[in-house]
Write a protein of this length. Structure first.
Length: 276
């Protein structure tokens, strides 16, 4: 009896293997797609975060500076000084000359608080001449000055704002310092300068006689040359020994221009711009 071998069900096994392989491929493909999607999302999110981080400092750096940041220290000081000044140059001239009867202006400067250097020197000189020891000059110990005048430097009020500090000369050439509050126009102090000899007084009187141009006229000439605000004027000889009014004008950009005006003819003899 012949026994035939049982036929192998190879077709069925092959089908099972194909289905298993197909399922594995599907699972692997899904895993790959999921991983790629996560990587893509992470890359996109990271890129957006990086770009946002870069954008913040760029916006901060592009902030425009304040107008005062572009000014020099000298320009900022001039701006601050003029912004707080209410009394004009012309008004200060009239007030200074009125403080000493029959006097003429020979110098005028706009100064900030505590910048009255000329007045400080005059005060120190006057105090030294009144009392060598610096103590009370009165035998009874009172604080009154020997002359009893009200122009004692110690009696002058302190100023917390800008001042016009003027030098005026009487007809005989005797010079006086006059401090004027540049906000209220009030005269803070009038004191005769100490240590003037006869020769100095004579020279001052001679200059006043030669200066046919008033300080106001010289200031107008300077302003026509350099548009701005007058902050200083001084009667003196220039390098060529010509008597001039040296006028300082602060222009709109807060720079300072010095204009020399012939004190006799009124013509401009020199000009210098301070770019600081």
């Amino acid at each position: 009896m012949t026994c035939d071998p049982r036929p192998k069900n190879t077709g069925l096994f092959r089908a099972h293997r194909l289905r298993a392989a197909g399922a594995a491929c599907v699972v692997l493909t899904a895993a790959l797609l999921t991983g790629c999607g996560q990587d893509s999302g992470s890359t996109s999110t990271g890129t957006e975060t990086s770009e946002a981080a870069r954008a913040v400092p760029e916006r901060t750096a592009s902030t425009s500076p304040s107008p005062s940041a572009s000014l020099t220290k000298d320009q900022q000081k001039r701006k601050k000084l003029l912004d707080s000044t209410k009394i004009t140059f012309d008004k200060a001239v009239t007030t200074a000359e009125g403080a000493v009867a029959g006097s003429k202006l020979i110098e005028l400067d706009l100064k900030g608080p505590g910048k009255s250097d000329d007045d400080t020197d005059a005060s120190a000189s006057a105090s030294a001449s009144a009392s060598p020891s610096g103590a009370s000059s009165s035998p009874s110990g009172s604080s009154a000055s020997p002359s009893g005048t009200a122009s004692s430097p110690s009696a002058s009020p302190a100023s917390t704002g800008p001042e016009w500090v003027a030098s005026v000369a009487a007809k005989d050439g005797t010079e006086h310092t006059v401090r004027i509050d540049a906000v209220t126009g009030k005269v803070l102090q009038t004191v005769e300068d100490q240590g003037q000899d006869a020769q100095e007084k004579s020279r001052t009187a001679e200059r006043i006689a030669k200066a046919t141009q008033t300080p106001q006229e010289a200031a107008k000439t300077a302003k026509d040359k350099a548009k701005g605000t007058v902050t200083s004027v001084d009667l003196d000889d220039n390098d060529k020994n010509v008597l001039v009014w040296s006028v300082d004008v602060v222009t709109k950009d807060w720079k300072e221009t010095e204009v020399d005006v012939d004190a006799a003819s009124g013509s401009v003899t020199g000009e210098h711009v301070d770019n600081d």
